[in-house]
Design a protein around this ligand. Structure first.
Ligand code: BGP
Length: 469
């Protein structure tokens, strides 16, 4: 279906796959401070201060699936799978342990040298997320993270270190994973803790988002000078908000929800703030520190491509009384009665992928890359050591079919697909291992026990066959 330059691969994130959280000089980052269990959501939303002792006591991502020490075996499995791309993130606090250092941690860089070189040797294109839910704790302590303009310079230093090091090796960079998640989980997304007694939540979030987008534009500018052949993409947690009904009130709330979601791409791809948001700031008394220089940077350094994750569509309703609002997903909305749901309550909507690809292309006309799509499920290993994950195969097949139709029938220029996740890893929302997405099973449970042995699921053979055609 797709030509031989199409990027087929899998995806992961440093904090969910690597483990080795204090090895070779790595510093702590926001995500290491999230416990699993009852307080996780409130802390992720920035509504409750983190408690380091609790997080230290146990958090599976501290060891995760130990990709740090298993990368050779795992990249060999990727090669066997036949993929030609792998999307992963670099851990900021491996490179700058507190974020404040002037020189990078060589041992941290050396790890990514080994990973990137091995990928290239195997004909696998690295697609690198610079910041995937990752802020060094040192920067949270010094600046309260992205509340402070100084973060732009800290990010620039970090990004430039990577661009110079991997010039000629990495062609695709993504500045911030799911940048819009800052609206829903500002601690997870950007290390923000918001004291709602003294701070205006929206003000804090939009200010931090502004600094992130300026940092992303500045990184784009620096990348163009350092490695003109490389490209930098923005990344959105995508999925259209459907109106619950044809009632214009439902249509209006869905339209606004879409505008809020696409706000980030409007700024990063069109290079300017949309009018509705400026009006909203005025109405709410929100004042953003936004200079002429910032606006020029945003206008002149728009993204080269748009990457996005797609798990499900969302649905909006003006009057939510009497409707199920428990969508299981941070993006909000109400339950769509036409859709099936995953074990975690996430909607399953393959057609929504075709819809959102059209929406994004209609709005921005830039090459698209689908960098996350997959099904979280509880897998079981049968007596013969197999994992019969036909539910995952059905999910992927239905979505890939819609992706193809969007490309072939609607002409959407999608340049790659990296499913989430190539291998089982720690779930971002629950912090646990048991919500598995991989094509490769890893023997490790929520209590941190298991041999870490890798086993190919049925979906591994299915995906290998699918992408070979
Ligand atoms: C996205 C994140 C990933 C990943 C995925 C699945 O929001 O970019 O890091 O975890 O969602 O979510 P979860 O692990 O919460 O099921």
């Amino acid at each position: 279906m797709v030509n031989n330059t199409f990027l087929w691969g899998g995806a992961s994130a440093a904090n969910q796959i690597e483990g080795a959280y204090v090895t070779d000089g790595r510093g702590l980052s926001n995500i290491d401070l999230l416990p699993h269990g009852e307080d996780r959501l409130a802390i992720a939303q920035g509504r409750m201060p983190y408690n380091q002792a609790k997080a230290d006591a146990f958090y599976p991502s501290h060891e995760s699936i130990d990709f740090y020490h298993h990368y050779e075996e795992d990249i060999a499995l990727m090669a066997e799978l036949g993929v030609n791309a792998y999307r992963f993130s670099i851990s900021w606090s491996r490179i700058f342990p507190t974020g404040l250092e002037d020189t990078p941690n060589e041992a941290g860089l050396a790890f990514y040298d080994r990973v990137i070189d091995l990928l290239l040797e195997n004909g696998i294109e690295p697609i690198v997320t610079i910041c995937h839910f990752d802020v060094p704790k040192g920067l949270m302590d010094a600046f309260e993270s992205w509340k402070n303009r100084q973060m732009i310079a800290m990010y620039e230093k970090y990004a430039v270190t990577l661009f110079e090091r991997y010039k000629g090796k990495v062609k695709y960079w993504i500045s911030f994973n799911e940048i819009n998640m800052i609206l829903h989980k500002p601690f997870t997304g950007a290390g923000l803790q918001i004291d709602e007694a003294t701070e205006n939540r929206q003000q804090v979030i939009y200010q931090a988002a502004h600094y992130e987008m300026v940092a992303s534009a500045l990184a784009t500018k620096r990348l163009r000078a350092i490695d003109p052949d490389a490209q930098l993409g923005s990344m959105l947690a995508a999925g259209d908000y459907y109106p619950y009904s044809a009632n214009p009130e439902d249509v209006l709330v869905a339209q606004r929800a879409n505008q809020e979601n696409f706000f980030f791409l409007d700024v990063q791809s069109r290079g300017a703030y949309p009018r509705w948001v400026l009006k909203d700031f005025e109405r709410q008394g929100i004042q953003i520190d936004m200079t002429e220089e910032d606006l020029a940077l945003l206008a002149e350094n728009t993204c080269d491509f748009i990457s996005f994750s797609y798990y499900a569509s969302r649905t909006s309703k003006a009057d939510t009384s009497g409707v199920d609002t428990n969508t299981g997903n941070a993006a909000g909305g109400v339950v769509n009665p036409y859709l099936k749901r995953s074990e975690w309550g996430w909607m399953i909507d393959p057609t929504g992928l075709r819809i959102v690809m059209n929406t994004i292309w209609d709005r921005y006309q830039k090459p698209l890359m689908l960098v996350e799509n997959g099904l979280g499920a509880k897998d079981t290993v049968t007596e013969d050591g197999k994992i019969h994950d036909d539910y995952r195969i059905s999910y992927l097949e239905a979505h890939l079919d819609m992706m193809k139709r969007a490309m072939e029938e609607d002409g959407i220029p999608l340049i790659g697909y990296t499913m989430w996740s190539i291998i089982d890893l720690v779930s971002s929302s629950s912090g646990e291992m048991s919500k598995r997405y991989g094509l490769i099973y890893v023997d490790r449970n929520d209590a941190g026990q298991g041999s870490l042995k890798r086993l190919k699921k049925d979906s591994f053979a299915w995906f290998k066959d699918y992408i070979s055609k």
